[in-house]
Design a protein around this ligand. Structure first.
Ligand code: SAH
Length: 224
């Protein structure tokens, strides 16, 4: 079982939403999320801080929400599911996240693994996410403004990689930067997308298809 090694002290921030979050977490467990460390972290992480004020009142609905630049904050169920899949074979030390977006998934990961390396191609989203993580005192996160399809070779290899945007095919760079024993959780496809888990062993790569999903596409290059 994974323990929350970097659990931040988030008490005091967003206390009013505590009960609403507890209801959300209850729904997630009814939907089959069973990793209690993941559920605990989501119960304690104020998702409303990752949205603009106009959207904040919808923060604890189990839906994806717009964060500008045609991007979305992933649905809580998906965040929980992907995190659970990433941790399914035991604790992770160095995790690469592709698509920082609002920084919510980053904040969840940062409380469950040793170090998070998060790549985002849209600069203003990265800057906002960085501020939010600072506000929550989550200090084990490094960020990079780059095309995540390249991974982050200077920081690899990783024992976990999680992508929040869907490529047509899994980039070779990500497979190369996955350590032996590492797990890659990634949506793959264009219109029809499948959530895939790739495990790397000494023998090679094993791919499992988990469920159908809908993510924004992984886009090439960066935006200022
Ligand atoms: N986990 C985020 C999801 C944001 S949506 C959240 O919950 O807020 C997916 C994000 O992936 C977007 O911010 C988008 O800009 C980013 N993205 C898309 N293609 C990318 C790429 N090639 N490299 C890095 N980030 C990318």
């Amino acid at each position: 079982m994974v323990t929350a090694v970097n659990r931040a002290d988030l008490s005091g921030i967003g206390m009013t939403s505590q009960r609403t979050r507890a209801r959300l977490v209850q729904r997630l467990s009814e939907q089959g999320i069973s990793n209690t460390a993941v559920l605990d972290v989501m119960r304690n992480t104020p998702r409303h801080l990752f949205l603009d004020e106009a959207m904040a009142h919808r923060a604890y609905e189990d839906v994806a929400l717009p964060i500008g630049y045609q991007q979305t904050l992933s649905q809580p169920y998906i965040v929980a599911r992907m995190t659970e899949l990433l941790l399914a074979q035991g604790p992770r030390r160095r995790v690469l996240e592709i698509g920082t977006g609002s920084g919510y998934q980053t904040a969840v990961l940062a409380q469950l693994v040793d170090e998070v390396f998060s790549v985002e191609r849209i600069k203003p989203l990265q800057l906002k996410a960085r501020q939010r993580l600072r506000q929550l005192k989550l200090r084990n996160v490094q960020m990079n403004h780059a095309d995540g399809a390249m991974g982050w070779p200077e920081r690899g290899p990783f024992d976990g990689i999680l992508a929040a945007a869907a490529p047509q095919r899994i980039p070779q760079e990500l497979l190369q930067q996955l350590d032996i024993g590492g797990r890659l959780v990634i949506p793959v496809g264009t219109e029809e997308q499948q959530l895939q888990v790739v495990s790397r062993t000494r023998e090679g790569f094993q791919t499992d298809i988990v469920e159908s999903v809908y993510f924004v596409p992984l886009r090439p290059g960066t935006e200022k």
